[in-house]
Design a protein around this ligand. Structure first.
Ligand code: PLP
Length: 356
C-alpha cells in the first residue's frame, strides 16, 4: 500500500529491505541488532556512524551535542522547561496548534510561559509573523512544522540573544537547516527519520546545565555525560535512523537535493488542490507545509466516501486528524513521487465521478 500516515510513516522501501536482510544477523556478528548489548563494540560503531551521518547531513556545528533519547517528542515538552527554565524565569511560546498547546501546558507545570503570538483566531491556518521576542526570556519555543494543520515556518523569528527551541518532529531531514540559529532542536524519529521509540535532541553546549534536582533521565547534562547511554537506549530505532541517513546519502547526497525532490512531490498535490472544484486546502499559501497536506470537500460524508475509495486503491491512512476532520496526506521522505502521482490520479478520478 501507499501509506500517507502522519507517523509512524512509510519508510523508503530499500531501507526496510536492508533491515530485513540484516534482521537475523548483522554483518558477521552472529546476532541481530535487536539482541546486541548496547555497549558492544559493534553497536557502539553503529551509534558513532549514525551520529556522524546526522552531523554531516544537517551540518551540525561542533558546539552542539546530539542525544538519542526515548519518551517521544512529547517528553521534550517537559524536558525543555525542566532544563532550560531558570529559577523564576520564563519561556515564550508561539502558539500554532495542537502540539504547541501541549507544550504550553507542560511548560506551565514548571514555570511561567508567555504566549508571544497565536494563530488561534485564524484557526491556525497561518503562522504568526513579526513576533517580537522580549530579551528577558529564557528561551523561545515553536513548532516548526505543524503536522495536524499543515503549516510550516519558512522564516524563523528574530530571537536576538534568546535561544530558539524548535519541535522539528515532522520536518527534520526534509530540507537543509541552519542549526546554528537554534539553541535546541528535537524530533521524534517516526516520521522522517525512522521508527518510533527514538527522539533526537540537538542541543547547544552552553544550554546544558547541571540540574541535580532533576530526575537523572530527564537531565540533558546527565544524558550528554553518558552519551545517551545513562540507561539502555532504543538500540533498534537508532540502527534504523542510521539506515535512513545512509539512504539519504546514497539517493540524494545532501539535504538540498532531497528538499528539491520533496518540493516537486508536494507541488503535484497542491497544484491539483488549487485547480480542483471539489477538494480544498485551507492553509495560507505562503505557510503551507511540505510534509503534511490537509484537504477536504465541503461535505464530511463525501470525505468519508473518498477515504474509502482511496483505501480500495491501496492509499491508506488518508483520514485527517480527529481534531480537524477531512483528509491529510503526509508526504515524508519515504513517500516516492509515484505515490503522490497515484494519489492525485485517484483524487481526479473521484472528482470526475462526482461531477457525473
Ligand atoms: N510534535 C509534533 C509536531 C508531532 O507531529 C508529534 C506527533 O505526531 C509530536 C510532537 C508528538 O510526538 P510523540 O508521539 O513522539 O511524542
Amino acid at each position: 500500500v501507499l501509506n500517507f500516515s502522519a507517523g509512524p510513516s512509510q519508510l523508503p522501501l530499500t531501507v526496510v529491505q536492508k533491515a530485513a536482510a540484516q534482521l537475523l544477523e548483522y554483518g558477521t556478528s552472529g546476532q541481530s541488532v535487536m539482541e546486541m548489548s548496547h555497549r558492544s563494540s559493534t553497536f557502539l560503531e553503529i551509534v558513532r556512524e549514525t551520529e556522524r551521518r546526522l552531523r554531516s547531513l544537517l551540518q551540525i556545528p561542533q558546539n552542539y551535542r546530539v542525544l538519542f533519547l526515548q519518551g517521544g517528542a512529547s517528553l521534550q515538552f517537559s524536558m525543555v522547561p525542566m532544563n532550560l527554565l531558570k529559577p523564576k524565569g520564563k519561556a515564550g511560546i508561539i502558539h500554532t496548534g495542537t502540539w504547541t498547546k501541549k507544550a504550553i501546558e507542560e511548560c506551565r507545570k514548571f514555570g511561567e510561559c508567555v504566549v508571544l503570538a497565536s494563530g488561534e483566531a485564524d484557526h491556525f491556518h497561518s503562522i504568526p509573523k513579526d513576533v517580537i521576542v522580549p530579551q528577558d526570556l529564557d528561551y523561545v519555543y515553536l513548532c516548526e512544522n505543524n503536522t495536524i494543520i499543515g503549516t510550516k515556518y519558512k522564516t524563523l523569528p528574530e530571537c536576538g540573544h534568546v535561544p530558539l527551541v524548535a519541535d522539528c518532529s515532522s520536518c527534520i531531514l526534509s530540507e537543509p537547516m541552519d542549526v546554528s540559529r537554534y539553541g535546541l532542536i528535537f524530533a521524534g524519529a517516526q516520521k522522517n527519520m525512522g521508527i518510533a521509540g527514538l527522539t533526537v535532541v540537538i542541543v547547544r553546549d552552553d544550554l546544558i546545565e547541571e540540574r541535580p534536582e532533576l530526575p537523572s533521565m530527564m537531565s540533558y547534562a546527565v544524558q550528554v555525560k553518558h552519551e545517551s547511554m545513562f540507561n539502555t537506549p532504543p538500540t533498534f530505532a537508532i540502527y534504523m535512523l542510521g539506515l535512513v541517513l545512509e539512504w539519504i546519502e546514497t539517493e540524494f547526497q545532501d539535504l538540498k537535493a532531497l528538499q528539491s525532490y520533496n518540493q516537486r512531490k508536494v507541488a503535484l498535490l497542491y497544484d491539483y488542490l488549487d485547480s480542483s472544484a471539489l477538494f480544498k486546502n485551507e492553509v495560507k499559501k505562503e505557510d503551507r507545509s511540505m510534509m503534511n497536506v490537509p484537504f477536504m470537500t465541503d461535505d464530511p460524508q463525501l470525505d468519508a466516501k473518498f477515504i474509502a475509495y482511496a483505501q480500495a486503491e491501496g492509499l491508506v491512512n488518508l483520514k485527517g486528524h480527529r481534531s480537524v476532520g477531512g483528509m491529510r496526506a503526509s508526504i515524508y521522505n519515504g513517500m516516492p513521487m509515484e505515490g503522490v502521482e497515484k494519489l492525485v490520479e485517484v483524487m481526479k478520478r473521484f472528482e470526475e465521478a462526482q461531477a457525473i
